[in-house]
Design a protein around this ligand. Structure first.
Ligand code: IVH
Length: 704
């Protein structure tokens, strides 16, 4: 794409100028807005997704038309207009930045748990000439973040430059892009503001939830997905257009320093990180000062155990001699400090062979291709199944049976195939096709035009869907039937014992004890759990039915609005649209569900079996208790000290408030706990009121 260079403004520019001059002010404003949208859209496809959607010449034409309109109507020239990047914000190439203090790398120990730490400690003691009797060495132990290294140069507290590591001597100037990362302060506070020069080094990374959400958006748009958070972060930082970097939520942790002038360097690494934190820089809380090899081994083990639960990827831990004086004495060997080492964990990506592709049928009939793999150790466990997400994604990645594929397993996200290793195939392998009939029940498979999802049309008659429907019905947030797990559901459905949701409540001890691995006690417990589950709420019952598009929140909104089951069942699409947050797709899905005689029967039979819930007159009825949060929207982020997410949500809703998943100008309060991430940044950016759990409790206790 060349349009940002004035040289391309050639012949058609004159024509565009005369056309622009003949537009009325209103026409010009409308057309300019349209052009800006189109240009942003195509630039996004081109730069970010590497999928050019328009020939360069066509892009240039739109660009020139916008330039001409803006020239004729200067008031329409908005700061975010693509034309405003000419010669300015669009970075053609990155300027080189010479690092005054080289950015080194660290040696890696991939050894088993103990020896990696012990080897390092032994080497440090030897090089420092410490005898057997000398006290243990003190180390700063921290996480090895999996992103890319960045040098932030602050002068008198102001961020003046950000550079990549490059070859260690010379990096690239990525200041404009780094400025888009809201976690990185543009100005330091406290003593940080006084230092003539303070270069802060750290890692730019992408949180797993931000990465997953980004890929979900890509998938929904049937666009290319990203392989892992590290590559996505590295790619984003080297984007040419800072506006596009902003759409990739990036985060940062400081872990060291470069050049400094007029700053008292703390005597230990630990104190230095504390100081950086006190200046407003993000530093990670999972760090410790430990003694000797034993302390390092314990840290490695502790972090290894919580690795999956961290909100971001790490590929190991880093050990650093804590004392700066000892660091100086140890010095460097061939571009690596003798005072630091990285100790790795099992990789989260591995290559293995794709043996076969199976199709999994979900609760709503959605067909998902699942890779059956030659078992491979990845992210700490052995994986032999991984999702291929959907047919189109697989095709885009060129994956076929027999290929060597790349598996990623990070955190509690299900393992996925993220790509393949390019290699010639030994023989011709046909492209994978989705089956025309459901592999479980044989019903037709259908795909709505324009939709990427293939579905089994068998509905509840399909055993796979029935199993998933039963599991969903029994789920903790639905009817909460303890002890009804997937093994038991398999037995009940495969044995033809339960064929519908109401069938669950007809289970007796005799039928249950006839099952394998089911003793009297377990059977009685299950029957007890089934009995208990009958006393529920309308919202839980609605959610449990598994109506497409009706998640927990919509179920609550529907229950509140209609109050009664019969009112909801007979509601028209139009009446459904009157419910808060219910749009046409959701309304259509609900109406279609209750239009099916079969579904109405299920509801009636469940009620006949004893399922009951309090009913009211709906939204018009007076709310139960005091409603201090009526009309307020709250967002929860991070881990609260005593309340779980669900508990906090229930309390807020009981007080009349609404809980939303994303921060916007409309958010009334952000409730932030430990490890709060991008939502907290966004809330700060928007100047919202941010409270902790105690603050939330105070709101809940307030009476109007
Ligand atoms: S210290 C002189 N600390 O790992 C020591 N590096 O080769 C310089 N990294 O790409 C690095 N987490 O970006 C250090 N807590 C941490 C780190 C860390 C991640 C990265 C760093 C570099 C590589 C080191």
């Amino acid at each position: 794409m060349t349009s940002s260079t004035p040289a391309t403004a050639t012949v058609s520019a004159a024509a565009a100028a005369s056309a622009a001059a003949s537009l009325t002010a209103d026409q010009a404003a409308a057309r300019a807005a349209e052009l800006r949208d189109q240009l942003h859209h195509h630039a996004h496809l081109y730069y970010v997704l590497d999928t050019p959607s328009l020939p360069d010449a066509a892009y240039d034409q739109l660009f020139q038309e916008l330039q001409a309109i803006e020239a004729a109507h200067p008031a329409l020239r908005t700061p975010d207009s693509p034309t405003q990047r000419v010669g300015g914000a669009v970075l053609d190439v990155f300027d080189p930045v010479r690092h005054v203090v080289p950015m080194l790398s660290i040696r890696t120990e991939t050894d088993t748990e103990a020896s990696g730490a012990e080897n390092f400690d032994a080497r440090v003691r030897r090089e420092l000439d410490l005898g057997e009797q000398a006290a243990p060495v003190e180390y700063a132990a921290e996480l090895k973040f999996d992103g890319l290294a960045i040098n932030l140069r602050y002068e008198r507290g102001v961020l003046v430059q950000a550079a990549t590591r490059g070859n260690g001597e010379t990096g690239e100037d990525v200041t404009q892009n780094v400025r888009t990362i809201s976690q990185i302060p543009l100005r330091l506070t406290g003593d940080g503001a006084k230092a003539a020069v303070l270069e802060v080094r750290g890692e730019v990374y992408m949180r797993r939830d931000d990465f997953e959400a980004l890929n979900e958006r890509q998938r929904a748009a049937n666009e290319k997905t990203f392989v892992n958070p590290r590559n996505t972060a590295a790619g984003a930082i080297r984007q040419l257009d800072p506006a596009l970097v902003r759409q990739r939520p990036l985060s940062f942790f400081a872990y060291g320093i470069g050049e400094t002038q007029g700053w008292d360097i703390p005597a230990t690494h630990g104190a230095m990180i504390d100081a950086l934190g006190s200046y407003g820089l993000p530093v990670n809380a999972d760090r410790a000062v430990v003694r000797g090899a034993a302390g390092l081994v314990a840290f490695h083990r502790e972090i290894g155990e919580k690795r999956d639960a961290l909100p971001f990827d790490i590929d190991g831990v880093v050990y650093k001699v804590n004392s700066r004086e000892l660091q100086r004495r140890l010095g460097f060997v061939s571009r690596e400090p003798r005072w630091a080492v990285a100790h790795k964990y099992p990789a989260q990506e591995q290559v293995t062979k794709l043996d076969r592709i199976d199709i999994q049928v979900g609760r709503t009939g959605k067909l998902t291709p699942v890779a059956k793999l030659e078992p491979v150790f990845v992210g700490g466990t052995t994986v032999s199944n991984a999702t291929l997400h959907n047919l189109f994604e697989m095709r885009r990645k060129g994956i076929r049976v027999g290929d060597q594929v790349i598996i990623r397993r990070a955190g509690d996200v299900i393992p996925e195939v993220v790509g393949k290793v390019d290699a010639a195939r030994a023989a011709y392998v046909p492209n994978f096709r989705m089956p025309r009939h459901c592999p479980v029940c044989g019903s037709d498979v259908a795909r709505e035009p324009g939709n990427i999802e293939f579905r089994c049309t068998g509905g509840i008659f399909c055993p796979a869907q029935r199993k998933q429907a039963l599991l969903h019905f029994a789920g903790r947030r639905a009817m909460d039937i303890e002890g009804l797990g997937d093994k038991l559901v398999d037995q009940l459905v495969d044995g033809g014992i339960v064929t519908s949701l109401p069938g669950l409540y007809k289970l007796g001890v005799a039928k249950l004890t006839a099952l394998e691995r089911m003793g009297d006690r377990s059977a009685l417990n299950l029957i007890d759990a089934l009995e208990k589950s009958k006393h529920t709420t309308l919202a839980r019952f609605l959610f449990a039915l598994g109506i497409r598009q009706v998640g927990e929140t919509t179920a609550k909104d529907l229950a509140k609005h209609f109050g009664r089951m019969d009112a909801l069942m007979s509601a028209t699409e139009e009446q459904l649209l009157a419910v808060k947050d219910v749009g046409p797709i959701v309304a259509r899905s609900i109406a279609a569900f209750f239009a099916e005689a079969h579904n109405r029967e299920v509801v009636e039979q469940l009620i006949a079996a004893g399922v009951s819930f309090p009913e009211s007159d709906g939204a018009a009825a007076a709310p139960a208790g005091p409603q201090p949060l009526a009309g307020k929207t709250l967002v929860l982020t991070g881990t609260l000290p005593t309340l779980s997410r669900d508990e906090a949500k229930e309390l807020i809703e009981a007080a009349g408030g609404k809980v939303s998943g994303s921060v916007s100008k409309k958010t009334s309060y952000l409730i932030a706990g430990e490890e709060a991430g991008s939502k907290l940044d966004k809330a700060r950016e928007l100047g919202l009121t941010i409270l902790d759990e105690a603050g939330l409790q105070a709101l809940l206790a307030a009476t109007e």
